[in-house]
Design a protein around this ligand. Structure first.
Ligand code: 13P
Length: 259
């Protein structure tokens, strides 16, 4: 399976989210095979988008959450609140949260543990900066972030974990990583996950690529076995772009069925 996750970031309000959710689901219509879809609107639109998504096969994701269940944490949202809203997935440790809101590896780890506790699928974002890439530290950075995020995680047979490899320099820049770089880093991440979760069944974790994915380049990533899906920012709020990405995934899945 291939999964496409739409991260709308803070780009759409409630009304726009409803319209975009309808348009996004239409991209699945009439297809023999479809990728799995997860829509991550802003918090304020979750309950309205849920009403639309509930009638489809798509999942509903949040873009962040806090790790406590309740209490005096002004402005925060708990895992239980997300579950109550019908949320199935949650993006954790996105580079924008790390860079702009001071999220640390330790905070991401607490969130991952609580997400799993609450039966939410964590989408753990990791990736190196341009400087780190230049200094050939990609694997080290990715390993450190991943190991920190997974500290103390005991994977139950019903748990699923997603890791999104999002190189910082590729996010919103229009310059995606090359397919060969993505394959290399994804292989490394799969290897690490296999070591950490020796007993895991195939399909319990998946590795997605994010960073300037669009209708043009999506096929190139999605056709690779190491790439279980894509996490899409900018192109997920442009319906024609998003349709092209869904189309690319469908073509890949169809080709795999016939081969
Ligand atoms: P862009 O697709 O806009 O580069 O954003 C990627 C991203 O941050 C998804 O989480």
């Amino acid at each position: 399976m291939k999964t496409i996750i739409a991260n709308w970031k803070m780009n759409v309000g409630v009304r726009e989210s409803v319209a975009l959710a309808r348009g996004t689901l239409l991209t699945l219509r009439g297809r023999k095979v479809s990728p799995a879809l997860v829509i991550c609107p802003p918090f304020v639109a979750l309950s309205e988008v849920r009403k639309i998504v509930a009638r489809s096969s798509a999942g509903l994701g949040a873009q962040n959450m806090f790790w406590e269940q309740s209490g005096a944490y002004t402005g925060e949202t708990s895992p239980r609140m997300l579950q109550e809203l019908g949320v199935s997935h949650v993006i954790l440790g996105h580079s924008e949260r790390r860079a702009l809101f001071g999220e640390t590896d330790e905070m991401v780890n607490k969130k991952v543990l609580q997400a799993l506790e609450q039966k939410l699928v964590p989408i753990i974002c990791i990736g190196e900066s341009a400087d780190q890439r230049r200094e050939e530290q990609t694997q080290q950075v990715v390993r450190d972030q991943l190991m920190a995020a997974l500290q103390g995680v005991r994977l139950k047979s019903s748990d699923t974990i997603m890791v999104a490899y999002e190189p910082l320099w590729a996010i919103g820049s229009g310059v995606a990583a090359t397919v060969s770089d993505v394959i290399e880093t994804h292989r490394f991440i799969h290897l690490l996950l296999g070591q950490v979760f020796e007993q895991a069944a195939p399909g319990q974790f998946s590795v997605l690529y994010g960073g300037s994915v669009d209708a043009e380049n999506a096929y190139g990533f999605l056709r690779e076995d190491e790439v279980n899906g894509v996490l899409v920012g900018g192109a997920s709020v442009k319906i024609n772009q998003f349709k092209g990405i869904v189309q690319a995934a469908a073509e890949v899945l169809e080709a795999k069925q016939t081969s």
